[in-house]
Write a protein that binds this ligand. Structure first.
Ligand code: NAD
Length: 328
C-alpha cells in the first residue's frame, strides 16, 4: 500500500466536505468521500466516493475501512429556518451519524478523527444582546444551547473527548462560526444567512424588484468566515496536538442589515429591506479568537467583503440559470 495518508471525509457531498476534499487532494492525501448524496454542484475530487447512509453502523464500518484519518462532517443541518423547526429529526439523525462514525473509526483503527461542532453549542443566555461579548471556548458551560442542534453537538464533543481519553484514537473538535462561500446550499430551505441573502439580492437585481425580505429587524449580529480560511484552520487543527474544542471563525461582528447592504453594494444595486417575522436565532454572536491564535499561531485572513464578492458572483450565476430555466 502507498505511504500516502488515507483520509475519509464524510459529508463529502456537502458544502464544507466537497471543498475539503479538493483541499486535501491538493495537499497530496488519498481521499475517500462518503455521503448520502453526490456533490450538488461539481464533480467530486475524491479518489473514491461512496454513496452511503452513515446513520447505519455497517455503512460506517465500510466507509472507515483502511482509513488513517477521518473528517466526520456529515450532518443533518441547515440555516436557522431549518434547525429551529426540526429538533427531533436533527437529534436522531446526528446522534446516529456521530456515534456510528466515531465507533466504526475506533474499531477500524483510525488514528485521528476531526469532529465539526458549532457556535450553536454556546448558551443562549450569553447571546441575548446584539452587542455581545465574543464567546470563549470555556463559555460553553454551564450549558444551555438554544436548539437541539447545539445540544447534540455538545454531546458529540463530549463523546469525542471521552473516546480520546479511554480509547486509542486522537480526536479534534472544531467549533465553526458561520462558514460561507460558493458551492453551498443557496435555496430550498436549508440555506444559511449569507447564501440566502446573496440569492435574494441576486433576484432583486435580475428581476428589477428591489424588495429584499429580512427575518426580524435585521439588527441581530454574527461573524462570518470564508470557506478557504475554514479549510486552512481545519487542516492546521487536525495536524496539531490540541484536543479541546476550538473556535474557528472570524471575530468581526456585523448585523444582518449590514450584511445585506454589503451584498447589495457588491451587486451594484439599491435594495429596499422588508422586515418580516421569521426565525432569527440568538440576538448576537461573535467568536473570541484568542485561543485559536495561541493554538494554531494563525487566524482567518480573508475579509468579509472579499468572501462575499466571491460567493455573490457564484450565487448570481445560479439564480440567473434558474430564471432562464423558468422562462424556457
Ligand atoms: P452540508 O449540509 O452542506 O453538508 C452535510 C452533508 O452531510 C450533506 O452533504 C448531507 O447529504 C450529508 N449527510 C446528511 N445525512 C447523512 C447521512 N445519513 N449519511 C451520509 N451523509 C449524510 O453542511 P456543511 O455546511 O458542509 O457542514 C458540515 C459540518 O460542519 C456539519 O457537521 C455541520 O453541522 C458543521 N457546521 C457547519 C457550519 C457552517 O457554517 N456551515 C457551522 C457549524 C457547524
Amino acid at each position: 500500500m502507498s505511504t500516502q495518508t488515507r483520509v475519509l471525509v464524510t459529508g463529502a457531498g456537502g458544502f464544507i466536505g466537497s471543498h475539503l476534499v479538493k483541499y486535501l487532494k491538493q495537499s497530496e492525501y488519498w481521499v475517500r468521500g462518503a455521503d448520502i448524496k453526490n456533490p450538488g454542484f461539481d464533480e467530486t475530487a475524491a479518489d473514491e466516493f461512496e454513496l452511503l447512509d452513515l446513520r447505519r453502523w455497517e455503512n460506517c464500518l465500510q466507509a472507515t475501512q483502511d482509513i488513517d484519518e477521518v473528517y466526520a462532517l456529515a450532518a443533518d443541518m441547515g440555516g436557522m429556518g431549518y434547525i429551529s423547526s426540526n429538533h427531533a429529526q436533527i437529534m436522531r439523525n446526528n446522534n446516529l451519524l456521530d456515534i456510528h462514525t466515531l465507533d466504526a473509526s475506533r474499531i477500524n483503527g483510525v488514528s485521528r478523527l476531526m469532529y465539526p461542532s458549532s457556535a450553536c453549542v454556546y448558551p443562549e443566555f450569553l447571546q441575548e444582546e446584539a452587542d455581545v461579548t465574543p464567546l470563549k471556548e470555556e463559555d460553553a458551560y454551564p450549558a444551555m444551547p438554544q436548539d437541539a442542534y447545539g445540544w447534540q453537538k455538545l454531546i458529540s464533543e463530549r463523546t469525542c473527548m471521552h473516546f480520546q481519553e479511554e480509547f486509542d484514537i486522537e480526536t479534534r473538535v472544531v467549533r465553526f462560526h458561520n462558514i460561507f462561500g460558493p458551492f453551498g446550499t443557496w435555496d430550498g430551505g436549508r440555506e444559511k444567512a449569507p447564501a440566502a441573502l446573496c440569492r435574494k439580492v441576486a433576484v432583486a437585481k435580475l428581476t428589477g424588484n428591489p424588495e429584499v425580505e429580512i427575518w426580524g429587524d435585521g439588527e441581530q449580529t454574527r461573524s462570518f468566515c470564508y470557506i478557504d480560511d475554514c479549510l486552512v484552520g481545519l487542516h492546521k487543527l487536525m495536524r496539531s496536538d490540541y484536543h479541546q474544542p476550538l473556535n474557528l471563525g472570524q471575530d468581526r461582528m456585523v448585523t444582518i442589515n449590514q450584511l445585506v447592504e454589503m451584498i447589495a453594494e457588491i451587486a451594484g444595486i439599491q435594495i429596499k429591506r422588508k422586515h418580516i417575522p421569521g426565525p432569527q436565532g440568538v440576538r448576537g454572536r461573535n467568536s473570541d479568537n484568542t485561543r485559536l491564535k495561541e493554538v494554531l499561531n494563525w487566524e482567518p485572513t480573508i475579509s468579509l467583503e472579499e468572501g462575499l464578492a466571491r460567493t455573490y458572483a457564484w450565487i448570481e450565476k445560479q439564480v440567473q440559470a434558474k430564471l432562464d430555466r423558468e422562462h424556457e
